[in-house]
Write a protein that binds this ligand. Sequence first.
Ligand code: NAI
Length: 345
Amino acid sequence: MSTSGGKRAIEAVLIPGDGIGPEVSEAAVAVVEAAGVDVRWQRFEAGASQLAVHGTPLPKEVLVAIHAVGLALKGPIATPIGTGFRSANVTLRQSLDLYACVRPVKIIPTLAGPYADRAIDLVIVRENTEDLYAGLEHRVAPGVCESIKVVTEAASLRIARFAFELAQRQGRRTVTVVHKANIMKLTDGLFLDCARRTARDFADVELREMIIDNCAMQLVLRPEQFDVLLLPNLYGDIVSDLAAGLVGGLGLVPGANVGASCAVFEAVHGSAPDIAGKGVANPSAIVLSAAEMVRHVGEDATADRIVRAVHTALADPVNRTRDLGGDATTASLTRAIIAALGSGR
Ligand code: NAI
């Protein structure tokens, strides 16, 4: 961070990403600029396009740059299914030790939907570095494959503490640890045990325990009961999309990957190849992620202003993109968000 002409400048890496990534991340850049935040973006490419040039979808220079400035906004990066290179997203999180994936899921009051009248306001805290994402898979024999689920005490205690501290900081009352320790007694059992041990240090935050399959049903039936959800990596990934569906879909939910010295902000959604290049992607999720980035560096008032502008823009059906049942384009919704910023509503 630096100061120029009395105005605080923020250094941040921008990775536009694949598919709809470049379209929506430019929207976020425009909104942040219109909000009056002086961000010096360092742009880097990552993803399939970099494989031929650098031999990896995540060139080392990207990691070095994020490590140096400590802050990034990232578009989605596609990962081939079944074959091909290892996920650049997983590599990024593991290389920079971005151990906490944080996804606030909140109903947008200006949008209609099946859950519009429900007070959904929860935060998903997902362990981001191990579990089945350790990438330890092998073929034991023809027709038999194994994937190793890694859960360590150190990582589980660290993410549990993160979840409880977040709950305390945000004045939240409960942390629900989600597990399948009835079946995976050692791995999920350790994750659960670490949550229980951590809870003893937080008298003002209650620990609840829930098995993942019940959690999926409870989220659909009574999502307002949840406050902070603490999950191992894979369950956290799946539950994030489920929760996004409750509040209007993947186009609306922001996220952050946080470590001790770096934070990378990104939407929950992927590269959406089905709509890439058509100019119809909803930019709200990455704009809200950018708002959380701005909040992360202490500009809370500006972050709140961006969030309000997104809600104001979405209140008018004319500004809703196809995923929300409208005809708006990425560009027209972005313009509406910027206009709402200007009107200060
Ligand atoms: P996806 O999130 O890209 O798309 C799922 C559905 O949601 C699609 O119908 C898509 O059109 C829609 N959607 C997503 N974002 C939207 C937006 N902003 N506006 C409007 N509609 C939107 O998930 P999918 O198809 O499973 O994955 C596609 C690729 O993205 C894969 O290669 C996957 O590995 C990658 N991916 C990357 C992530 C990341 O970089 N953090 C996260 C999730 C997936």
